[in-house]
Design a protein around this ligand. Structure first.
Ligand code: ASP
Length: 352
């Protein structure tokens, strides 16, 4: 496999969309790196991960082994999604994810398969490290589309999954710090160092894995521990088909991360796939989904202090990414693997 990118080498594709109507104030610089990323795109099969170089490399590796050998597309995206779910270092997905406000990890995931146009989703699932695998089983082994909470866990147990403690020490200590910082009036005293902190910003995460096989079949997975310290039972966009994930075998796939409530109320991933159906490039379609969220909030006079990021791939294997951006330093990242190798690249920023 040709290694198109080297570690620590982030390709900027900022100028690739210079020919498209101006949406951001991003400078249209076409670099040789940009051309390399553009040249590498548009080949099948392709596996896409909504992360940059480091996680993209780890995540795509097992799925690509399956896909490049003509294996099952669903096996490929599931094995790749499992990498982050099982890794305690990632605090936004699966095992090691940050818990809800009561210190309980509740996971959301969805899986959608283009050839059958079927989906499976689980939400507020406790104790199972790999919710995307359970979502796949809902897709393949039931006539339903979504299982939540205790029912989702019973279903997982019936399929041989182990119920385990998903709260790592690191995540528990983060949660405790958050809880002790909630108020100076409650009975929880300040964190161990005695200092109350400003409590702005809630960690976000999630991972989308999208794939198109050599025959042009499309599938996707979105998996997350959701908004950190959420109200127990809160379900985000990730397990909602059309919001955190959408797949259409005639068009492509899209997935979302970031503030789920905004993605749900704009049907973000469905909107992107519909725009791609009309011939729009994946990156441009992702930008339009960002634009819609920003415009709605501006119209309502709501301060946009959150972010949302979208990734998409079309049936030709062209990959796109865009996010709502607050600073020039922020570069949304996406990575993909195709027969030419692995590419990590920066997407577009929709400036607020
Ligand atoms: N979209 C996820 C949710 O709202 C969280 C995230 O991506 O950070 O549950």
């Amino acid at each position: 496999m040709t290694q198109v990118s080297r570690r620590g080498f982030l390709k900027s594709v900022a100028g690739m969309w210079a020919a498209l109507p101006a949406v951001t104030a991003f400078p249209a610089i076409i670099t040789s790196k940009t051309r390399a990323a553009a040249r590498a795109m548009g080949k099948l099969p392709v596996l896409v991960c909504s992360r940059g170089e480091d996680w993209g490399t780890k995540t795509n590796a097992p799925g690509w082994e399956i896909l490049k050998n003509g294996g099952s597309l669903l096996d490929a995206i599931e094995k790749s999604a499992n990498v982050t779910e099982l890794d305690p270092e990632d605090m936004s997905v699966g095992y090691g994810g940050l818990p809800n406000e009561e210190g309980v990890v509740q996971l959301d995931a969805s899986c959608m398969y283009g050839p059958t146009h079927k989906a499976g989703c689980v939400a507020a699932l406790e104790g199972i490290k790999t919710p995307s695998s359970v979502a796949r089983l809902v897709l393949e082994r039931t006539d339903h589309m979504m299982l939540v909470g205790h029912g989702a866990q019973r279903f997982a147990i019936a399929h041989g999954f182990q119920v385990e403690n998903l709260l790592t020490e690191r995540a528990r200590l983060e949660w405790l710090k958050w809880k002790e910082n909630l108020s100076t009036e409650d009975d929880w005293l300040p964190p161990a160092d005695g200092v109350y902190r400003d409590r702005t910003g809630r960690p976000t995460g999630t991972i989308n894995v999208l794939g198109v096989d050599a025959q042009g079949n499309v599938a996707g997975i979105t998996t997350t521990s959701g908004l950190a310290y959420k109200i127990p039972g809160r379900i985000g966009d990730s397990p909602i088909i059309g919001a955190g994930l959408y797949v259409d075998n005639e068009v492509g796939a899209a997935g979302a991360t970031g503030r789920g409530e905004e993605v749900i109320r704009t049907c973000g991933s469905f909107y992107i796939v519909q725009l791609m159906r009309q011939g729009m490039h994946p990156t441009k379609a992702c930008l339009e989904a960002c634009r819609r969220i920003v415009e709605i909030n501006k119209r309502l006079g709501v301060k946009i202090d959150f972010t949302d990021k979208f990734v998409a791939v079309n049936k030709k294997g062209e990959v796109g990414c865009a996010a709502i951006g607050h600073t020039k330093e922020y570069k949304p990242e996406v990575a993909f693997t195709n027969p030419d190798g692995f590419v990590a690249m920066a997407g577009e920023r929709f400036e607020v």
